[in-house]
Write a protein of this length. Structure first.
Length: 336
């Protein structure tokens, strides 16, 4: 379903990011024209350099809080995928006011402008972190109570509510995707996320400190996240209008200890220390039946396949230590 985008023009806000750069490439491969609006707050423009000679790609550097920049970037676009945000608990905690401005207020202004810009489809990438702490013997579905444990999740929930208010009557078809914790290789690689962080540290230093090893999270490969966005953009309007979908796979949910054990299968001589009492209390497992049943979505990638591939890439020296600042959402450089 998501493979036929000939004649479509899609604006990807945050298209140079960890997921965005993968989505942009897949949209181009599917025949779409793609506009990208990105402020490149992590000096991450390199993530699109291999695509810049494609005449169907237009890259614009700009702040999503700037309504004029958004309007310019959206010219001629039938769809908007909003991925840009201060993504993750640590970066939002470091820049709390900026997080509110970008993740909630700026994102809401984009949504409010879409009908006047003639945009027909809008997909917002939210997070399964919104479930926060959920009884681990049951699965959180789209109707479960939200229990945010961080400013990051709070801003995502604020935006979700704004999207869903009046979504049934809006001209633009609005859809929310609650994404499982991302992993996978990307042109804008991140090593501040659990799967990649654990595998890389064990592959380079053979040592790892892990807090709260029995807490659960669902995981989803960046290519599958991109696939989910495209699946929604290609779906019948009545199937996705005003809907929330969890994105992931019920078989791809692991405790931190399970992730460590997966990495250790492919390494020898590693040392892992487990401690209790981290400042991150999140613990949840999630149901993904709705997107599978309603849209036929299935993931194509597994953590089990990814971990050995990443370890091999790390051991081959693919990732340069001198570029460490580019491998995570550590410091905002171009927003104020």
């Amino acid at each position: 379903m998501e493979t036929d985008f000939a004649g479509r023009r899609v604006l990807v806000v945050g298209g140079a990011g960890y997921v965005g750069s993968v989505l942009v490439a897949r949209l181009l491969d599917a025949g779409a024209h793609v506009n990208v609006l990105d402020q490149l707050v992590y000096d991450n423009g390199f993530s699109l350099q291999h695509l810049l000679d494609d005449p169907r790609l237009t890259l614009m550097r700009g702040d999503l809080r700037d309504t004029r920049a958004v309007a310019k970037a959206a010219v001629g676009c039938d769809s908007v995928a909003l991925l840009a945000a201060l993504v993750g608990d640590p970066i939002c905690k470091r820049y709390p006011e900026l997080a509110r401005q970008v993740n909630a207020e700026g994102a809401a202004r984009i949504l409010d402008s879409l009908d006047s810009l003639g945009v027909e489809r809008f997909v917002f990438t939210s997070t399964c972190s919104n479930y926060g702490i959920h009884e681990s013997t049951s699965l959180a579905d789209e109707e479960s109570d939200l229990n945010p444990q961080s400013l990051y999740a709070e801003t995502k929930i604020d935006m979700e509510r704004h999207i869903l208010t009046g979504a049934r009557s809006a001209d633009c078809v609005r859809t929310v995707l609650r994404i499982a914790t991302a992993y996978g290789l990307s042109p804008r690689m991140r090593f501040d996320l659990t799967v990649s962080q654990f595998a890389r540290e064990l592959a380079t230093t053979a040592e790892l400190l892990v807090y709260d090893a029995e807490t659960w999270r669902p995981y989803c490969h960046v290519r599958d996240i991109a696939k989910a966005v495209m699946t929604v953009l290609a779906a019948r309007p009545d199937a996705v209008r005003g809907e929330v979908f969890n994105v992931g796979d019920e078989a791809q949910q692991f405790t931190k200890r399970m992730i460590v054990e997966e990495a250790q299968k492919h390494l020898s001589g590693t040392s892992v220390e487990f401690r209790e009492g981290d400042t991150d209390p999140r613990n949840y497992r999630v149901a993904f039946g709705k997107i599978a049943d309603r849209l036929g979505f299935r993931v194509d990638h597994t953590v089990q396949d990814y971990v050995p591939a990443l370890i091999s890439a790390v051991q081959a020296g693919v990732f340069c230590a001198a570029d460490e600042k580019h491998y995570g959402n550590y410091e905002v450089r171009h927003l104020s």
